[in-house]
Design a protein around this ligand. Structure first.
Ligand code: AMP
Length: 395
């Protein structure tokens, strides 16, 4: 038995296990410190528990359990896609682990009896289920894998005769964050946002996010595979406007995307570009080290001080425009990654992609003002792009 500190006594409390009655992952508190966990588990109550991300071992988790007036912290090791406390019993995810130690202490100081619920998420989940966004696994056929993302595999599915995309989320932290965000996401609706159709939460801990199917895949792959010979100026400007309209909508709803990039824009059968992955990205950026952020797309103030805002999305939109007009090239070509931030902080801006209209390059550069307040809003960007379209400055 590996504990983060302190020792257990192996005394197990009694009572029927009932993990299914708890809202999914509600005991998961994300990145809180050992001291915060101890405060949350006060007043002491044997069997009261929560799970947090480990501060000492990034990537691992910690199970904190109140027992006989003190709190024990057990390290949950994450290795080769499996979780274990004692390196004897292994679990696919935290739900399974919690279920196991709810039915039997199995070496812990006590069996898990009562979750310390994370405030806010329970209400969000309740609302989410009440409003009818929970789908039934029986109605869904998973057909084939169509992509691999940061958060898990993406599959083509058939939901009651309609083609859908299904994102299979494996990581508990992501699942928790997604459920917390779900009530916001269900309210977002725009023809240039990939529409959420519903979710399936399995008792075993799996989370499936069902969205509309975007037949032509990610914008970056689309641009690369078709290239200059197929895609004309009209088409590039149309994609730019599609994305800008979605972002204007998010701006109006005070929703910050945080990971806007051509890889997170998808193209439909009828060539409409739609922004995807909103709602998942908040968790990614708030709990990841700034070292893991997509440096080339992220505004300097967001990298430096985690200051994410609509204006940092505007910076990313400028990079996305550059990707569109370079037919899917990786930004800052020929500059080593470690040199990008220092150069950008000194005011360096990428050159216009080959053949990029001057008016479009001006729009890009305006997105890259070091002073966030000076950057245009998405409303202004949309007006500028429409002006370019009307006056045919893009041809
Ligand atoms: P993501 O996890 O969002 O990064 O998705 C990984 C890949 O899966 C994307 O690059 C697409 O090729 C594919 N994909 C994701 N969502 C969809 C969707 N709604 N429709 C079609 N393909 C998708």
């Amino acid at each position: 038995m590996h504990e983060e500190a302190g020792g257990g006594t192996g005394d197990s409390a009694r009572g029927p296990p009932r993990p299914q009655a708890w809202p999914s992952h509600s005991w998961f508190h994300g990145k809180i410190t050992r001291e915060q966990a101890e405060r949350l588990l006060c007043p002491p109550e044997t069997g009261l528990f929560l799970v947090r991300e480990s501060t000492n071992y990034p990537g691992d988790y910690t199970l904190c359990v109140s027992c006989d007036g003190k709190v024990e912290h057990y390290r949950i090791m994450y290795h080769a896609s499996k979780l274990s406390i004692d390196e004897e019993v292994y679990f696919e995810n935290l739900m399974q682990l919690v279920e196991h130690y709810t039915s039997d202490a199995d070496g812990l100081c006590t069996r898990l009896i009562k979750p310390k619920l994370m405030e806010g998420t329970v209400a969000a989940q309740d609302e989410f289920f009440r409003s009818g966004w929970a789908l039934n696994m029986k109605d869904l056929k998973l057909l084939q894998t169509i992509g691999k993302g940061e958060f898990g595999d993406v599959m083509l599915g058939d939901y009651r005769g309609n083609k859908v995309a299904v994102k299979c989320i494996k990581n508990d932290a992501t699942a928790q964050a997604f459920l917390a965000e779900a009530s916001v996401m269900t309210q977002l609706r725009h023809s240039n946002l990939v529409q959420l159709l519903g979710v399936i939460v399995e008792e075993k801990g799996g989370l499936y996010i069902v969205t509309e199917y975007m037949a032509k895949g990610s914008l970056v792959d689309y641009l690369r595979s078709r290239g200059r010979s197929v895609l004309g100026g009209d088409c590039l400007l149309k994609f730019s406007l599609d994305v800008c309209e979605a972002m204007e909508y998010l701006e109006g709803n005070n929703f910050v995307h945080r990971d806007l990039a051509a890889r997170n824009v998808l193209v439909s059968e009828d060539n409409v570009a739609k922004v995807s992955d909103f709602g998942l990205t908040k968790e990614a950026s708030s709990t990841q080290d700034t070292g893991k952020l997509p440096v080339k797309w992220t505004a300097p103030e967001a990298l430096r001080e985690k200051k994410f805002s609509t204006k940092s999305d505007v910076w990313s939109f400028g990079i996305l425009l550059w990707e569109i007009y370079s037919f899917g090239r990786v930004p800052y070509p020929r500059i080593p990654l470690k040199d990008v931030v220092p150069r950008v902080e000194k005011g360096y801006k990428m050159d216009a992609p080959d053949g990029c209209p001057a008016a479009v390059y001006e729009v890009m550069k305006n997105c890259w003002h070091l002073d966030a307040a000076t950057r245009p809003s998405f409303l202004q960007l949309r007006e500028q792009l429409e002006h370019i379209k009307t006056h045919e400055l893009h041809l």
